[in-house]
Design a binder for this molecule. Sequence first.
Ligand code: DQA
Length: 143
Amino acid sequence: MLNITIINGPNLNLLGKREPGIYGNESFEDFLVQLKQAFPQVNFTYFQSNVEGELVNAIQQYGFNQDGMILNPAAYTHTSVAIGDAIAAIPCEVVEVHISNIFNREEFRKISFVSGKVAGVIAGLGLSGYALAVAYFTGKENA
Ligand code: DQA
């Protein structure tokens, strides 16, 4: 089994209700059910928090014992030195995912304290970005 942790940052607990024109109509919990069905060979851990320090704690907690981490730091992407430092501190490979295309929105969303520390970034492909990130880790396992 491949162990993958998905960590979502602030306001992503409201997916499905929050600005559906940008973030879609589906809750992450519903999407996770489908993701688990699509990747039965993966043991998923899921963590969401609206609190920056809790995200740092989760990155530290899972960053030493997982095969891959998928991280959507949400608004903290654009502000958090602490989350960038936490990623730099762990051996686990991290893929940064954004549901929306952060490059065709407001200027402040083009700045990321995270992108320079991760293996890769997927943005603008909706929730399927998470599935593509999982496929990256499972493909690596098979390679
Ligand atoms: C987001 C993009 C961020 O700019 C925003 O603050 C979010 C979600 C995304 O998934 O598109 O909350 O990370």
